[in-house]
Ligand binder design. Structure first.
Ligand SMILES: [Zn+2]
Length: 178
């Protein structure tokens, strides 16, 4: 096995940043804006307490609003409604991986974040980017990385990112759902 997501000689950090993120992303889909509508047997049935549902919907709306505010190119913004479920899955996955990271005292966060970023390296034309932004449920590749990592203190600490830096997002503006 020697692909982008997994290689035999990957370190623990690279495995979490690669295949770990993918597996956790798929599991989180069970609790995104689509999956959360189904119960444990796969039946479309509301199983939420009313309070939890209100809180979840408010958080999901924040994801939608944030993505709507991102300008891809002049004249084109992201479509938060289209991107919300995949964005929630990416962020939920990173939360899982970072909770595993905490259990290893010498965890190499730089290696982890770089491996994750490498999953979505892409070169494409402006026209193809337009098509992706308008039709793909996944946020654009660079946003799958940048917006996702911006939600976590570990990212700020690893790269010493402070208020005023371009990727800094104040706590109050973060859009983590889980
Ligand atoms: Zn997905």
């Amino acid at each position: 096995m020697n692909g982008v997501f997994y290689q035999n000689d990957f370190t623990y950090e690279e495995k979490l940043g690669g295949i770990g993120m993918i597996i956790a992303h798929e599991i989180t889909h069970g609790f995104d804006t689509n999956g959360s509508q189904f119960n444990e047997n796969g039946d479309m049935k509301n199983w939420w307490t009313p309070e939890d549902k209100v809180a979840f919907d408010q958080k999901a709306q924040k994801v939608i609003d944030y993505y709507n505010s991102i300008t891809v190119y002049d004249g084109l913004n992201c479509n938060g409604e289209l991107n919300k479920a995949e964005a929630i899955a990416d962020m939920g996955a990173m939360k899982c991986m970072l909770s595993m990271a905490k259990k290893k005292s010498d965890f190499d966060y730089d290696k982890f974040f770089k491996q994750y970023a490498s999953l979505w390296r892409a070169v494409y034309t402006k026209e193809y980017g337009d098509v992706l932004a308008r039709t793909d449920a996944h946020p654009l590749p660079y946003l799958r990385v940048n917006v996702c990592v911006q939600q976590f203190d570990e990212f700020y600490a690893t790269y010493n990112i402070k208020e005023g830096d371009k990727m800094f997002l104040p706590q109050s503006e973060r859009i983590l759902v889980w």
